[in-house]
Design a protein around this ligand. Structure first.
Ligand code: RAM
Length: 343
C-alpha cells in the first residue's frame, strides 16, 4: 500500500514538474485579433544597400493594405553578428513578427531561439538560416535558389561560348543566399557537360560594400589577364564589376553578369559594358512577406507545408518545403527591356 502511495506521489510530482516546464517555455504572446495591433519589424542585411529599399517599400505597401504597424531597422554593415543586438531590442519592444534577411546561417541561432520562446514569429526574407530552418517560422524568397544559380551560369556561358576562365565576386563570406547560389552553380557545372570547358578560377568577397567590391574586381583583372567573365550574385558586386571593366576598357574581353538593380545597371547596359543580368521584382518579396506576417501573427494560418494564404494584390500563395514561400521569378534585363523597370 505504502509503495503504491509513494508511486502515485512520484507520478504526481513528475506530472506537475512537466506542466511547469512546458508552461515556462510556452509562447507568451497573444495573437492580435485586429490587424492594426500587429507589430512587424524588418531587419535588412545592412542599411547602406539600396537593394533593401525596394523590399521595405513592399512591406510598407502590405502594411497599408492590411492596416498593420511596420518598422524597419538595420545594422550599418552586413557582418555575421551585426543583427544580434537589433533582434534583442525588438524582443524587448514586444513586436509580434521579426522579418529579417540574415547575414549568417548560424550566428543568430541563439537569439532566434530566444525570440521564438517568447512567441515572436521569426521570418527570413531574401536569405535564410540555411541548415537551421527549424529555428524560424517561415521564409520568403524570390524564387528557387537553383533557378537563380543556373540563370547566372547560363547568362555567362551563352556569352562566352561556354568556354574560359571566370571568377565570382560575391557579398560577405557568410552570406547565406550568395553561398547557396554559389554551391548550386558549382553543382550544375559538375553535372551538366555543357559547362565542362568553363573554369571557376576564384571566388572573392566585396562584402556588399562599393569600395571593397571595386578593389576586389580590380584585383581580378590584374591577377587573371585571360579572364573571360565575372559573375556577381549581388547587386553591389555587379555594379562594381561593371564599373571596373568599363574603366579598364575591357568590355570586349570580360563579360560581367549576375544579379543587379536595373537603376544601377542602366548606363552599363546602354554603353554595352553589360549585355544581360537578372533580378526579381524586389518589392514583391517585402509585400508577400508583409501579408504572410500579418496572417501568421493573427493565427489565421498555421506555419506548415501546404498552408495557403492570400498575399493581397499578389493573389494566393502557399508554404512549400521548410515553410518557404516563393515571391516572384527572376527577370533577365537587357537593352531591349531595361527602360521598362525603375527600381
Ligand atoms: C545584394 C544583397 C541581397 C541579394 C542581392 C541580389 O543586394 O546581397 O541579399 O539578394 O544582392
Amino acid at each position: 500500500m505504502l509503495k503504491r502511495t509513494l508511486g502515485l506521489v512520484a507520478l504526481a510530482v513528475l506530472f506537475l514538474s512537466s506542466c511547469e516546464k512546458s508552461e515556462s517555455s510556452a509562447p507568451t504572446m497573444a495573437h492580435p485579433t485586429d490587424a492594426k495591433d500587429v507589430k512587424i519589424v524588418y531587419i535588412p542585411k545592412n542599411t547602406g544597400n539600396p537593394y533593401f529599399n525596394a523590399v521595405i517599400d513592399g512591406f510598407k505597401q502590405a502594411a497599408t493594405d492590411t492596416g498593420a504597424q511596420f518598422d524597419t531597422i538595420g545594422p550599418s554593415t552586413p557582418d555575421a553578428t551585426s543583427q544580434i543586438p537589433i533582434i534583442k531590442d525588438q524582443i524587448q519592444r514586444g513586436v509580434n513578427v521579426i522579418c529579417i534577411s540574415p547575414n549568417s546561417p548560424d550566428a543568430l541561432n541563439q537569439v532566434f531561439k530566444e525570440a521564438m520562446s517568447k512567441g515572436i514569429i521569426m521570418m527570413c526574407i531574401d536569405s535564410d538560416l540555411t541548415g537551421n530552418e527549424n529555428l524560424r517560422t517561415a521564409a520568403v524568397f524570390p524564387t528557387d535558389p537553383q533557378e537563380v544559380a543556373d540563370k547566372q551560369l547560363e547568362m555567362l556561358g551563352s556569352q562566352i561560348g561556354y568556354k574560359g576562365k571566370f571568377a565570382i565576386l560575391s557579398a560577405t563570406t557568410d552570406a547565406p543566399n550568395q553561398n547557396e547560389w554559389i554551391k548550386d552553380m558549382k553543382q550544375t557545372m559538375q553535372s551538366d557537360p555543357k559547362y565542362k570547358d568553363m573554369e571557376l578560377v576564384t571566388i572573392v568577397y566585396g562584402d556588399d560594400v562599393d569600395a571593397k567590391s571595386n578593389t576586389e574586381a580590380e584585383a581580378l583583372l590584374t591577377k587573371y589577364p585571360d579572364l573571360k567573365g565575372i559573375i556577381a550574385p549581388t547587386t553591389v558586386g555587379i555594379s562594381a564589376a561593371a564599373h571596373v571593366v568599363q574603366s579598364a576598357h575591357k568590355a570586349d574581353q570580360i563579360v560581367v553578369t549576375g544579379l543587379g538593380r536595373p537603376n544601377d545597371m542602366r548606363n552599363f547596359v546602354k554603353d554595352g559594358t553589360v549585355k544581360q543580368f537578372a533580378l526579381w521584382i524586389t518589392k514583391d518579396q517585402g509585400y508577400v512577406a508583409g501579408q504572410l506576417a500579418v496572417q501568421l501573427a493573427m493565427n489565421k494560418i498555421r506555419p506548415e507545408r501546404g498552408a495557403t494564404f492570400s498575399a493581397g494584390s499578389m493573389g494566393e500563395r502557399s508554404l512549400k518545403d521548410k515553410n518557404i514561400v516563393v515571391a516572384s521569378p527572376p527577370v533577365v534585363f537587357d537593352k531591349d527591356n531595361i527602360d521598362k523597370y525603375d527600381f
